[in-house]
Write a protein that binds this ligand. Structure first.
Ligand code: 5GP
Length: 260
């Protein structure tokens, strides 16, 4: 009985170790360092001079919407190093760096809205609620999803279903709108907020300080537009954002967070 017990524990430990090794190998095979989970504030998309459109003319809820889940390098790579894992690149000593923060995948999978749709049918209502297009160029969100999959998802190491599900689950787990409301950061056309208070609120709730991007409304006022949360290679755990990141957020010390 005792022997059986020891054997079971040993077998469990071996399988956990093997699973760990398999995971390690899998993560090492990925050609990026972390994901950006990017969400856009709809009011700040809509109140610029470009305006916005809603699929089916139905205004969505006043909630952040997913823009994408983007595989990223932690540092710029040389053109020569692009495509190699960080631990095999010579980037640190290179002079001519190219910004590859949002590089294209080399192995683009030709895809279209219909093919994307077939594989994620069970996620569709969740996607429509949380990843809707606001662009007037697209009449339907499927074109947006298709673009995000082709441009970013194909580098993720995940299949289509896992990719979209990971992005949805991350948003559901860390509800940005709720996090900001709980910190007293309420959408308003009058108030201004310290950028640091927005960053701190997200950092406190998730354990990781996000990067923030701002744009300007038609009155040329700076407003919070997108929140970039850093996520580990598993696509689910928040990680510390690599510093310094080659990113110009366009924000000022105080920003608007407009009503929608
Ligand atoms: P990305 O920045 O992800 O590489 O490209 C975004 C593309 O998706 C652009 O071509 C943009 O026109 C299109 N798009 C469609 N709907 C949306 C939307 O709601 N927000 C943003 N930011 N882009 C959208």
């Amino acid at each position: 009985m005792k022997l059986h017990c020891y054997c079971s524990v040993a077998a469990l430990l071996v399988s956990v170790a093997l699973a760990g090794a398999t995971n390690d190998r899998y993560y090492k095979s990925l050609d990026f360092d972390f994901f950006y989970h990017v969400q856009q504030w709809p009011a700040s998309f809509c109140d610029t001079k470009f305006g916005c459109c809603f699929p089916g003319n139905e205004k969505p809820e006043a909630d952040f919407g997913i823009h994408g889940l983007w595989p990223n390098y932690a540092v710029c790579r040389t053109a020569e190093d692009a495509g190699r894992p960080l631990n095999q690149s010579n980037t640190a000593s290179a002079l001519a760096l190219v910004p590859l923060r949002r590089r294209r995948c080399r192995d683009l999978i030709k895809t279209n809205g219909r093919r994307v749709r077939a594989q994620i049918r069970d996620l569709e209502s969740d996607l429509l609620r949380n990843w809707g297009t606001l662009s007037c160029k697209n009449k339907e969100s499927t074109a947006f999803w298709s673009h995000e999959w082709t441009r970013h998802g194909t580098c993720s190491g995940m299949d289509q279903h896992a990719y979209f599900r990971a992005a949805l689950e991350f948003k559901a787990r860390f509800n940005l709108t709720r996090i900001l409301l709980d910190a007293g950061i309420v959408p308003s056309d009058e108030k201004e907020y310290f950028l640091s208070s927005i960053r701190d609120a997200v950092a406190e709730a998730t354990g990781s300080a996000p990067n923030l991007e701002c744009n300007r409304n038609e009155r040329n006022e700076t407003q919070l537009f997108q929140v970039y949360q850093c996520v580990g290679l598993d696509g689910s755990s928040p990680v510390r954002c690599p510093m310094p990141l080659p990113m110009d957020g366009g924000c000022t010390d105080t920003v608007k967070f407009p009503a929608f």
